[in-house]
Design a protein around this ligand. Structure first.
Ligand code: ZN
Length: 213
């Protein structure tokens, strides 16, 4: 995809976050890897997505320097560190969506109450340790929680997902927010019955099979 189209696709994904229930205002951020290998494009800090044009999207290198007329999102560090350490990741999305934030405030991993938890790569969705927004400590905690996974919660903060492209990142974020809401609702009624390690292993193997088709 040419550079201009990639920036437009990034803006389209950012704008889709609101209607998808992932975002109100400017709290989230999204990025996409530059296929030319220089780094990644990321939403700028503090600008409403509705008013963005391609020229507002900075290009950031893996050394943390950026070019363009706008400053990158203040939360660029976990984007940078995911691209630097996970070659299969080409898009990263972060949101302060209501149900993910609610569960992240309990600082609990989401257990295997539903088989779709396996879509994120394991039998839980982990909650990363708390660190202040935008910090290297937060990025380090997030990458620990993301090990072998496509998504995690960030304690007292929100959700983070990493996909092979923008469409997958958006779909993962919607799925994770949905799972957070479903888990929250189930907990209102009682203690959800969890799937066993063997049952989750079976689901993970089945998803692996689908991926190879
Ligand atoms: Zn945030």
């Amino acid at each position: 995809m040419p550079e201009q189209d990639l920036r437009d696709a990034l803006i389209a994904t950012a704008r889709a976050m609101g209607p998808a229930g992932l975002n109100r205002g400017t709290s989230g951020n999204v990025s996409v890897r530059d296929p030319a290998g220089e780094g990644f494009f990321i939403t700028p800090t503090g600008l409403p997505y509705a008013s963005l044009s391609a020229e507002d999207i900075p290009l950031m290198k893996l050394d943390g320097t950026s070019s363009g007329r706008r400053k990158p999102s203040s939360e660029w560090r976990f984007h940078r560190d995911l691209y630097a350490s996970r070659p299969e990741v080409s898009a990263v999305l972060h949101a302060h969506s209501t149900f993910a934030v609610s569960l992240a405030c309990l600082r609990r991993d989401i257990p295997p109450f539903h088989y779709m938890i396996a879509r994120f790569g394991g039998d839980t969705v982990r909650c990363a340790d708390y660190a202040i927004f935008g910090s290297q400590a937060l990025s380090t905690a997030a990458l620990d929680a993301m090990e072998g996974r496509k998504g995690c919660l960030l304690a007292n903060h929100g959700l983070l997902v990493a996909g092979r492209d923008l469409d997958e990142a958006l779909a993962l974020a919607i799925e994770l927010e949905e799972l957070c809401e479903q888990y929250w609702r189930a907990c209102q009624l009682g203690e959800p019955v969890l799937l066993s390690a063997a049952e989750m292993h079976e689901v993970i193997e089945k998803f692996r099979g689908y991926g190879q088709q």
